[in-house]
Write a protein that binds this ligand. Sequence first.
Ligand SMILES: C[S@@+](CC[C@H](N)C(=O)[O-])C[C@H]1O[C@@H](n2cnc3c(N)ncnc32)[C@H](O)[C@@H]1O
Length: 312
Amino acid sequence: MSAYHQPIMVQTCLDMLQLKAGGIYVDATLGGGGHALAMYQTEPKIRLYAFDQDADAIAEAGQRLKDYNPVLIQANFRDLRTSLAYNKVKGIDGILFDLGVSSHQIDETERGFSFDRDAALDMRMDRGQELNAAQVVNESSTAELRRIFREYGEENAAGRIARAIETARADKAIATTKDLASIIESVVGVGSKESLMTKVRIFQALRIFVNDELGALPIALTDAINLLNPGGRIVVMSYHSLEDRIVKNTFKLEATDCICPPAIINCICEHSSKLKIITRRPLMADSEEISDNVRSRSAKLRVAEKKKGEQC
Ligand SMILES: C[S@@+](CC[C@H](N)C(=O)[O-])C[C@H]1O[C@@H](n2cnc3c(N)ncnc32)[C@H](O)[C@@H]1O
């Protein structure tokens, strides 16, 4: 098992992808390459295009998969369509998204994702990107911070924490994870479960904002669905309700024919369904996996299949 990241619901992903020899597949979130390796071990005769925006992941997984021949693409999956076109890929037989951050990103102190490791407030998955968490915390208006904490962290104390940040940064810039954790504790106290959960939500909100996670996802899902060959499957694992909602709604939209408002009697939208939804309810990890890997507890896996006769 890789110390970089322990892959989640591997067998379910493989069962759902239905890999076939000669097929073209995409791992949109390569991470440590655990899922990709399992894909090759199940069906070595696949062509795999593997994306990650984090150079560490590309290096780690490249090493791990060196006996196979994946095409490694260091890019944001929001650029899936253009990156695949650049590689002359016109259609794919399956795609896996395992969203969010890897254990490596959380555990590497210097990446600044974790409130219980002191480091510069960074949180960029792609370290070539300009915007980092310190800039967001120090330069956003109080109203914007409140919105970020509310929208991406679903945090009740969003306004109070935003105001505490405004007060603290007037004195000195908020530079580290510990600086931010202390400001949160000054609002919600230290040591309680609520204090811990508030830090989890605020750090999650910042991470989502810095990496524009909810902006990239719908673009990538739509492009992936368009690229799928008939019978090809899209498998998505998400770890919080905001992501899962986007996946559920995108699948639902693409599995629907007419999307005209109810008042329109004769359809003018000309929308036709491209997908068959395979999982009406999300699949979850079993209790054995959850006791072995606590991160699997929040995983929700949804699958859809491109209808026959539909292609990009
Ligand atoms: C949960 S980990 C994937 C773990 C992987 N399945 C494995 O078996 O090791 C998520 C990975 O997706 C990457 N990632 C997240 N959002 C991305 C995006 N928009 N574009 C490209 N990579 C992304 C992260 O950098 C991280 O390495």
